[in-house]
Write a protein of this length. Sequence first.
Length: 108
Amino acid sequence: MGDNKDNHFWDSLLTFMAGAAAGFVVGILFAPASGKETRKKIKDQAIKTGEVAKEGYEKIAKEAEKGMKVVREKAAEGVEAIKEFIEKKKGEYSHKPEGYSGEGEEGK
């Protein structure tokens, strides 16, 4: 359930950023300025947007790394629990009397 909220947040953030970038470009293109000034403004904004995107990517990468660490730990715990269970069952099986079939008296 938490993953759904996280996805919604990132989708909303991405949509907001795309809208802001589109609004900025439209505003620059229709603003009364020389071509040189307009190109400089677009270049500066592209650099800022790239930096923001890089920061967002780094944050997502860190979160993914944390998630993978948790998955690895849980998988290791699961493997260890399975190993312990198998060893326990091996021990129980090796202590059963010879000729034991596992059936009660009703099977005879």
